[in-house]
Design a protein around this ligand. Structure first.
Ligand code: UDP
Length: 265
């Protein structure tokens, strides 16, 4: 059994992916060939708001469009926190936690469909794949089919997380990055990186430019579920955490410019 301190195996890239060189575009050169982009529910509503906000989704879709124009293959994992998070719903109600988590997963499918429509309004070809099959509205997640879409330049939006309760879409994003052989997991949030403490509460909180997986796990830094960090570490997938709120950040992250915090070995 590999231990956390053991040297991770090199990332296993999909056998369906040829070459290995980064893709290039007219207006820059992507550092990566294939990315998994995690957009939390905050990317779908006004700051501190609820549900869907057309203007906000449009802005995010425009950023994703800019990134896709660089020629990089893009799979997007969407969160659902703008509607509900299973753990808090279960705590505040008589709803069984498992059901509350399933409801959270369904919320992510709403976001996936909203992003799909908006990206298509920007002229992108997209597919939604859900870990919980919902036949009339989207495809089920099928790894090889997903990779085939990506290779054809389609943006694949992955909904319903892992399809199982008690975890979050961060775990789904880590799994997707490993399964799809992505070169990086880009986590877009409302904060501009990883801090030593909550910057909203502690003014002395320091932002890290780079961290190792072990630092994140051992110092219990609030980035993602520990299992998601562990998954990325075991499979050598670097993580970049950056702010969704700053226009152009997503493109900068894909170009490999220093934005937010990079986590790797
Ligand atoms: N969820 C789940 N399993 C998964 C992914 C998500 O049970 O594999 C549920 C969980 O309750 C979570 C909610 O869906 O709180 C919404 O996802 P998340 O909290 O990750 O959304 P985000 O914080 O990224 O907006």
């Amino acid at each position: 059994m590999p231990t956390r301190s053991a040297r991770p195996k090199p990332a296993r890239r999909s056998p369906l992916v040829g070459g290995g060189r980064a893709a290039g575009g007219r207006s820059g050169r992507s550092r990566y060939r294939r990315i998994v982009l995690k957009i939390s529910g905050e990317g779908f509503c006004q700051p501190g708001g609820f549900g869907l906000d057309g203007e906000t989704i449009n802005r995010i879709a425009a950023e994703i469009d800019t990134v896709a124009r660089l020629g990089v293959q893009v799979a997007v994992v969407v969160g659902g926190g703008n509607f509900l998070r299973g753990a808090s719903l279960a705590e505040d109600s008589d709803i069984h936690p498992a059901s509350a988590h399933y409801m959270g997963m369904l919320a992510t499918v709403i976001n996936a469909l909203a992003l799909q429509e908006t990206l298509e309004a920007h002229g992108r070809v997209t597919r939604v794949q859900s870990a919980i099959p919902i036949a009339p509205v989207c495809e089920p997640f099928i790894r090889r089919r997903c990779i085939s879409h990506l290779e054809k330049g389609r943006i694949v939006i992955l909904g319903a997380g892992t399809g199982r309760p008690f975890v979050t879409t961060d775990s789904a994003a880590a799994l997707a990055a490993v399964e799809l052989g992505a070169d990086v997991l880009l986590k877009a949030t409302k904060v501009d990186g990883v801090y030593s403490a909550d910057p909203m509460k502690d003014r002395s909180a320091k932002r890290y430019g780079a961290l190792t997986y072990n630092q994140v796990i051992n110092d219990r830094l609030k980035v993602m579920d520990v299992s998601a960090i562990d998954m990325c570490q075991q499979h050598g997938v670097p993580i970049v955490v950056f702010s969704l709120m700053k226009p152009g950040n997503m493109r900068r992250a894909v170009l490999g410019e220093p934005v937010g915090t990079t986590i790797d070995e």
